[in-house]
Design a binder for this molecule. Structure first.
Ligand SMILES: [Zn+2]
Length: 174
């Protein structure tokens, strides 16, 4: 960041009094512009003994398989975000049944929350960021063609708890 989004003056990198980190601080209005990790939310969707995967239509990793996931928006909870992503990317209506995993991808500044979910209907259809959808048996998962390491992590985690009862979703705020 070179110029202050609030007033247009140059921004300097300095450590504000009492702060631990260097920040982008406006040299005119003094606003501190914080840069924090982004939150990614997603839904691992199950239909009976099958798993919903989406083939990505967009970069990065176009053509590879993932689950419905994306950036959390302001004004929504992480569960609402996961439900929205499933609707946008797969026209899938889901019920969240628990938290599957939380992954820190520090190198790219992401905190990823993936939920266990149940499809309310097997009727799904590709959204604009998806070229193809499929319900896979575990023996058919395209392990070599997954889009991101975290998709591999979450699928292995999901398989390890596949026969476990759905956990109670913790209360995560009002
Ligand atoms: Zn400013």
């Amino acid at each position: 960041m070179r110029y202050c989004p609030a007033c247009g003056a140059p921004v300097a990198v300095r450590r504000p009094p009492g702060d631990t980190f260097e920040r982008h601080v406006c040299t005119a209005c003094g606003i501190i512009h914080y840069h924090n990790p982004k939150v990614v939310v997603g839904a691992f969707c199950r239909w009976q003994d099958q798993v919903l995967l989406c083939r990505r239509a967009i970069e990065p990793r176009a053509g590879y398989w993932t689950i419905p996931a994306g950036y959390l928006e302001l004004g929504e909870s992480s569960e609402q975000g996961a439900i929205r992503e499933a609707l946008e990317e797969a026209n899938a209506r889901i019920e969240i049944t628990g938290l599957l995993g939380v992954y820190n991808v520090v190198r790219i500044g992401q905190l990823q929350l993936f939920y266990r979910a149940r499809l309310l209907s097997p009727e799904v259809a590709a959204g604009s960021e998806t070229t193809e959808l499929a319900l896979f048996d575990w023996s058919e998962i395209p392990w070599q063609d997954l889009a991101f390491p975290s998709v591999d992590w979450l699928l292995r985690q999901a398989r390890s708890v596949w026969h476990a009862p759905d956990p109670i979703v913790p209360a995560l705020g009002p």
